[in-house]
Design a protein around this ligand. Structure first.
Ligand code: SAH
Ligand code: SF4
Ligand code: F3S
Length: 444
């Protein structure tokens, strides 16, 4: 048995990919280990969304040089988006990489690893973004029992992206949008439920355009309806939604299907219409505000999360003021803020990256500070009320306490003896921070 270690960078799709890879390998001649120094095969599943994400991988690879000198037989593989982006040049860079495998070729991993015999790097990437090597069977062949958490699972409903937001590298790396047939997805979810899974999160780069190209036609709202009869599944989530495709039909589905959670992740990216146009996002800030109003009207108790990019080329103080105003008005439960990072080959890379790093930092801080105020105010409002939480397990900070989440994705900490993971509990809230609320279980 060869020992395999994997480290994952990037988004939920990468986390799922790593699970699928380990599921495949564990089914053949491999055993998964949690410590890199024990492993015969070291895999990095990588992200290219910002330079910082790539730098982290480069520094890890640099650090492997010494290990490789001591144990030349160890196989080092770079998987995922950086592998697709850099291809063979990654193998040359440090002389430590034996395998480069893009996100759409991961199903071939067991045989690619067999080909690693020291006679030069094995490289599997797609040249054409339309080629769909990522056989649907990769998802369908999922091994149960390889999930990081037994009661929760990510489920890919589509891969790729055709939006080409001007700053974003994802469409070039994950390829063209391809939706999985609904029957396959429901079958996978049934198997997950039989294996103890109670919560699923449907994944897609642009999840609310699910169904494009499928015949007969199907929408994300149609798909959501199909999980209602699946016994064992209690909660259904989906990420990430694009504002331009957020339909009334989808909001009605969220409101009417009991299992679908009242939570939307809909990144606005900017509050300035001029910047949104340069970003090629296809909506205005007024349209985004209307969407939030509509969502709150249709879906009682809905919470919304967003992402913003600060320091996009040419962003002025005035543009930024509009972004800050949108963040405040949006009343997000959570918000992620990123400093613009030029991605070679994208449309925005033609523009000069003219906002100084110092200014990007200041704008980043200002947004985070405003969000912290909103986050705290919203969570304080829960003090005195009783919420229902799905228990995830011991809290990371304080393992003597348990952590769970409400249906609208608010983190809840509480004291409890016993292993309640995967169970629903009622918690009376007594205190709040910007990130979480805490309280006491009232009924188990
Ligand atoms: N498909 C998802 C997420 C894409 S990447 C979506 O469209 O919402 C996650 C986040 O990274 C994006 O929402 C965006 O805020 C940020 N991001 C993408 N490209 C970036 C870049 N070049 N620089 C900084 N942030 C970026
Ligand atoms: Fe990137 Fe835009 Fe596609 Fe999201 S929707 S992955 S930001 S191109
Ligand atoms: Fe990163 Fe690729 Fe996900 S670039 S954000 S790992 S799709």
């Amino acid at each position: 048995m060869r020992k395999v270690f994997i480290k994952t960078f990037g988004c939920q799709m990468n986390k799922l990919d790593s699970e699928l890879v380990l599921g495949r390998l564990a089914g053949s001649a491999y055993r998964v280990v949690a410590d890199e120094s024990e492993a015969d095969v070291i895999l990095f599943n990588t992200c290219s969304v910002r330079q910082h994400a790539e730098d982290k991988v480069y520094s890890h690879l640099g650090a492997l040089k010494r290990l490789k000198e001591k144990r030349p037989g160890v196989i080092v593989g770079v998987l995922g988006c950086m592998a697709q982006k850099e291809g063979r040049s990654l193998a040359k860079l440090f002389g430590v990489v034996d395998l480069v495998c893009g996100p759409r070729r991961l199903a071939e991993l067991p045989s690619l690893l067999e080909q690693c015999n020291g006679s030069g790097p094995v490289v599997a990437v797609d040249r054409d973004r339309r080629s769909s090597h990522r056989a649907v069977s990769f998802e369908a062949g999922r091994a149960t029992g390889c999930r990081p958490t037994r009661h929760r699972a990510y489920v890919a409903v589509m891969t790729g992206c055709d939006n080409f937001c001007s700053y974003c590298v994802v469409p070039y790396l994950r390829g063209a949008e391809v939706s999985r047939p609904p029957g396959d997805i429901v079958e996978e979810v049934r198997r997950l439920a039989d294996d103890g899974c109670v919560e699923i999160t449907l994944l897609g780069q642009n999840v609310n355009s699910y169904g494009t190209g499928l015949k007969p036609g199907v929408t994300l709202a149609d798909l959501l309806a199909m999980f209602e009869p699946v016994e064992g599944i209690e909660r259904v989530n989906f990420v990430t939604s694009h504002p331009k495709d957020l339909s009334r039909e989808l909001m009605n589905a969220v409101a009417s299907f009991p299992k679908v959670c009242e939570y939307l992740h809909v990144p606005p990216q900017s509050g300035s219409d001029r910047i949104l146009k340069l970003m090629k996002r296809g909506y205005t800030s007024a349209h985004y505000r209307e969407l939030l109003l509509m969502a709150r009207e249709i879906i009682p108790g809905v919470e919304i999360a967003g992402d913003f990019i600060v320091g996009f080329p040419t962003e002025t103080e005035e543009d930024f003021a509009r972004t800050l105003a949108l963040l405040k008005d949006a009343d997000f439960l959570n918000c992620f803020v990123f400093k613009y990072s030029t991605r070679p080959g994208t449309a925005a890379a033609e523009l000069q990256d003219d906002v100084p790093l110092e200014v990007k930092r200041e704008r980043n801080q200002a947004l985070l500070k405003a969000q912290e105020e909103t986050s705290l105010r919203k969570r304080r409002a829960l003090i005195g009320s009783t919420v229902e939480a799905l228990v995830e397990g011991p809290s990371k900070r304080d393992p003597s306490r348990l952590t769970g989440r409400t249906r609208n994705n608010c983190i809840v900490h509480f004291e409890s003896a016993g292993d309640l993971a995967g169970r629903l509990v009622k918690v009376r809230i007594t205190s709040a921070t910007p990130l979480a609320v805490s309280g006491d279980v009232v009924e188990e």
